[in-house]
Design a protein around this ligand. Structure first.
Ligand code: FES
Ligand SMILES: [Fe+2]
Length: 345
């Protein structure tokens, strides 16, 4: 079993094709539903290379648009969240309503503006989590999430009960696929993550890897019975193409966030942390510290892979059919998405 050609981890043409064929119709977690709860609220962000703005219009409808002015193509609203009555472009002051229709444009008598509305995208909620898909005819979010909501519920994580703790952002000198693939195996855990491996049983016979539909899941039982809380195992779910959902053992908790391409050899991401109100501060601090340590360990690994593959001196490598089966699953999806549009040379 061979990996994808390593040239796919540096080639700008592959990055362009991924933007079009992987991310253009993919669901992205962007933040908390709370940000767009009230009429007049909005959230603007990047959804896998497409600027999007999500609004709650005056009628209370949740809407999403490509955040690009229909006039000359300026990004309409700066990234961030807040409240506003209209979306006004800073370039020539074309002004759109929160339902995407054009309300006014200076000197509009020179031009036929009827029918010019913002290009629609799709927004959806999963409990307190807000998702957007840059496509107007996106498949239902629930189809993409598959059994993840049920698995979290079964594990004792009630999303409605969790409280937001904070967001941690990061940037890595590595292709986004290197970061995803690193997430999708725990073959490296015994050597690279001693702290994590002391908590979670990462041996091949104990650690489960399962892929179904758009979801790849890793379930790591605890080494010793849980001292605190109700969650008995580590759950690490990956939703195609780029979303991580982590639940650590102990008190109910969730960290969720994407890995986004930022050029052929860079990626960036964030994790939003949520905790059960009963989780005590010391326990939360300990978990965040462990996760931060694992993050530093992984940074070294993925940036090391990028330095190696970019050299161009080695064409590809083998994948372990069992221990790296979720990478096989991921790479098959990447190859499918790019299809015959890209063949390595
Ligand atoms: S580009 Fe937005 S008003 Fe001209
Ligand atoms: Fe890791």
């Amino acid at each position: 079993m061979r990996s994808l050609p390593w040239s796919w981890y540096t080639d700008p043409e592959v990055e362009r094709l991924e933007r079009e064929h992987v991310f253009r119709r993919a669901w992205q977690y962007v933040g908390r539903a709370e940000a767009v709860a009230d009429p007049g609220s909005y959230l603007a962000t990047d959804a896998g290379g497409v600027p999007v703005v999500i609004t709650r219009d005056e009628e209370g409808a949740l809407r999403a648009f490509v955040n690009v002015c229909r006039h000359r193509g300026s990004v309409l609203v700066a990234d961030g969240a807040g409240r506003r009555e209209t979306l006004q472009c800073r370039y020539h002051a074309w002004t759109y309503r929160l339902d995407g229709t054009l309300r006014s444009a200076p000197r509009a008598e020179e031009l036929e503006t009827a029918g010019l509305t913002l290009v629609p995208a799709t927004a959806a909620l999963w409990g307190p989590l807000l998702f957007v898909n840059p496509a107007a005819d996106a498949p239902p979010l629930a189809d993409t999430l598959g059994d993840v909501p049920q698995r979290l519920a079964d594990a004792g994580v009630d999303l409605a009960r969790l409280r937001f703790h904070g967001r941690v952002e990061y940037e890595l000198a590595a292709n986004w696929k290197v970061a995803c693939e690193n997430y999708l195996e725990c073959y490296h855990c015994p050597t690279a993550h001693p702290g994590f491996s002391a908590l979670v049983d990462v041996r091949r016979e104990a650690y489960r890897l399962e892929a179904d539909g758009c979801v790849a899941s890793q379930l790591g039982p605890l080494r010793a019975p849980a001292k605190t809380g109700r969650v008995a195992a580590g759950h690490f779910h990956f939703v195609w193409p780029n979303l991580k959902l982590n639940v650590y053992p102990g008190h109910p908790n969730l960290s969720v966030g994407p890995v986004l391409p930022a050029g052929p050899e860079r990626c960036r991401g964030f994790l939003d942390y949520f905790f059960d109100p009963d989780a005590d501060d010391a326990w939360v601090a300990e978990l965040l510290e462990l996760d931060d340590r694992v993050g530093h360990e992984d940074r070294e690994l993925v940036e090391g892979v990028q330095r190696g593959v970019r050299a161009g001196a080695v064409p590809d490598g083998p994948l372990l059919p069992e221990s790296e089966r979720l990478i096989v699953w991921f790479q098959e999806r990447v190859a499918d998405a790019l299809g015959s549009r890209f063949t390595s040379s």
